[in-house]
Design a protein around this ligand. Sequence first.
Ligand SMILES: [Zn+2]
Length: 309
Amino acid sequence: MQPRLFYCDHYTIPLPAGHKFPAEKYRLLRETLAGDSVFELEPADFARPELIELAHDPAYVAGFLNGTLDPAIMRRIGFPWSHELTRRTLASLGGTLAASEDALRTGLGGNLAGGTHHAFRAEGAGFCVFNDIAVGILALRQEHGVRRAAVVDLDVHQGDATAAIFWDDSDVLTLSIHARHNFPLRKQRSRMDIDLPDGAEDAEYLAALERVLPRVFEFAPEVVFYHAGVDGLAGDRLGRLALSLDGLKRRDRLVLQMCRSRGVPVVITLGGGYAEPIAKTVEAHANTFRVAAEVLRLSYEIQGPAFAK
Ligand SMILES: [Zn+2]
């Protein structure tokens, strides 16, 4: 059996002209990875509302699904409400939930969506409605008794809502490495934050990551959620860093090699990427999964757990 990745780009959302959300990258990424023939690509099922409520206020969940949320909250999310948006949102979340289960079973789970780390308990922001990483961790806790989890959030924007949701939870370690002067302007406190100056390049970024990663694993997580946003790429419209494609691959390798060497299952979520042309972002995202395949020695010939030699 080939390892699999989940997608939800077949649920398209109606957006006004000139909207910043890079809707086409999801389809292009799926097509690129399909061309590699390493991963099986599967449409994600909808997440069940009762699992979403593990991390979110039930009134917020119902308000979004019914289209009755306060317009000010929808404005902060940044999408016009539509039935298509609810379907896409539920499938994006469902992809991370399914990837979480795959990770426990095989060592690696991946979602070609998600990483919606700006969604707080009772409100969303920045293209994030529900926090798939928070829901994923709490679902693994409820359904599989997973106690300790770590979030390695390397999107260029701080994982503010994930940090806030788990601030009082001593069994979840949150790490965020992000651009200091970027959205969100009001930062939350992760267990570990590294904020980098505008224009930071590969060497500074990778040195910071190498310094902090061992502490993530000293926490002894039973699962790692890797938020692999690629908006730290030089020239990204919404980033402020200057990482190269090669630098991002080295970043992915550092995280995934450490997961492998410590035998910790990893769930990869997509996160941001807004470079132009969009092909550059697609390549950076595809590289994350290619590095995962290489590091975890997954290929269609290899059956069974990813960690088997
Ligand atoms: Zn981002």
